[in-house]
Design a binder for this molecule. Structure first.
Ligand SMILES: N[C@@H](CCC(=O)N[C@@H](CS)C(=O)NCC(=O)O)C(=O)O
Length: 373
């Protein structure tokens, strides 16, 4: 008799669902995916998910629920002995950093390519209709949420239409750097996916790897990157085209120069945004200190910063710092030559300033919600 599988509440087009789905696939964990819209989801799962209707959310056959893609990966990594978390210092820190970048660093191209191309409307409606919740109000229909995402959320996340050219140019640099790196290795750190790969597949699958307009970019200029997107969604290693087919991280804590180039391309807006968001959130925390244990909201004011060709104002989101603290703590735990090697790597990648971009309050998790400690 086969055991009842897990249920992954998700949507193919959802940004953050991509991380959890890819992890379950690569870990060979049996699951079934369905929209977060049924009566069962709304009445049974949602209350256990802290009342926050987000995807991905996972339900176990015994009724336990984990909301949030990071928490889902954390759960299985811990249970399985952290097979996808590199143990050596440079690879470990870089993987943790890619996890943050994946969660937060490509949101602008994701929003731009999804919401600024009317030829995608029918495609989007097709995907939004099934996630209209059971018993939902008029604002929750596919049509209404498309309007809200386009008119409110996209500019709120810093992807206002006037920044389109700048966003496309920077995204092209990131795509080219990733494509060059993946010409030599099938995953970020060699022959198996890391937590950094799982972070990065989030934006690169749901939005940038299957919405019609950005998919075309991968199909026409980034074949290695397109293959990585496919590979991350297949249970087998899917690395047949590479000469070295060992299913391990690269030996000797190697972080190839091509991966440093990728980090440098990301740093262009990730660094100024992170520094600006820390200031904005800290100012809000000082002005109105949230009680310990209270829910951490999605955003606290706007981060203002410059990137090539655009002055951006984007919602300052604490979740970035929940993940970044893992990088900062891991660096703080190093000493001697390990520490020197990691600091040199981050410096070469233009990422040093993010080590000091900290919030004055820590974030924890309680009852499936991020809370202020
Ligand atoms: N930090 C969460 C973010 C999840 C999230 O915001 N998901 C979006 C879709 S990609 C969502 O659920 N939005 C509300 C909704 O669709 O009802 C994670 O990484 O899982």
């Amino acid at each position: 008799m086969t055991a009842t599988p897990l249920t992954l509440y998700a949507s193919p087009m959802s940004l953050w669902s991509g991380r959890a789905r890819s992890y379950l696939i690569k870990a060979h964990i049996d699951y079934r995916e369905e929209p977060h819209a049924s009566q069962h989801f709304m009445e049974v799962v949602l209350p256990k998910a802290g009342g926050r209707r987000g995807i991905p959310t996972l339900e176990f056959p015994d009724g336990r629920v984990i909301r949030d893609g990071v928490a889902i990966v954390d759960h299985f990594e811990a249970e399985r002995g952290n097979p996808h978390t590199p143990a050596t210092p440079r690879q470990r820190i870089a993987a943790l950093l890619f996890d943050v970048i994946g969660a937060e660093g490509l949101v602008r191209p994701c929003m731009h390519y999804r919401w600024h191309f009317p030829e995608e409307d029918e495609f989007l409606l097709h995907h939004f209709r099934p996630i209209t919740p059971w018993g939902g109000t008029a604002e929750m229909t596919g049509e209404a949420r498309i309007r809200i995402n386009r008119e409110v959320v996209t500019p709120l996340f810093g992807a206002a239409a006037e920044h389109s050219e700048a966003i496309e140019a920077l995204y092209a640099d990131v795509v080219d750097a990733l494509d060059a790196h993946l010409a030599d290795v099938p995953y970020l750190f060699g022959g198996m996916p890391s937590i950094g790969d799982f972070g990065l597949i989030a934006p690169l699958y749901g939005h940038l790897g299957r919405d019609p307009v950005p998919l075309r970019i991968l199909q026409t200029r980034a074949f290695n990157l397109l293959r990585w997107v496919e590979r991350m969604n297949r249970p087998e290693p899917d690395i047949g085209e590479y000469a070295d087919r060992s299913e391990t991280f690269l030996a000797d804590d190697t972080v190839p120069d091509t991966l440093i180039d990728v980090l440098r391309a990301f740093a262009v807006d990730f660094v100024p945004e992170t520094v600006a968001a820390a200031h904005t959130i800290n100012a809000a925390l000082e002005e109105t200190p949230p009680p310990a244990g209270s829910e951490c909201e999605r955003g606290y004011g706007n981060a203002e910063f410059d990137m090539p060709g655009a002055s951006i104002s984007a919602l300052a989101q604490p979740f970035r710092f929940y993940l970044l603290k893992r990088v900062q703590d891991a660096v703080a735990n190093l000493d001697g030559t390990d520490r020197e090697a990691v600091l040199a790597m981050l410096d070469e990648a233009n990422m040093t300033p993010v080590l000091d971009a900290r919030l004055i309050r820590d974030i924890g998790r309680q009852d499936n919600l991020e809370v202020w400690l």
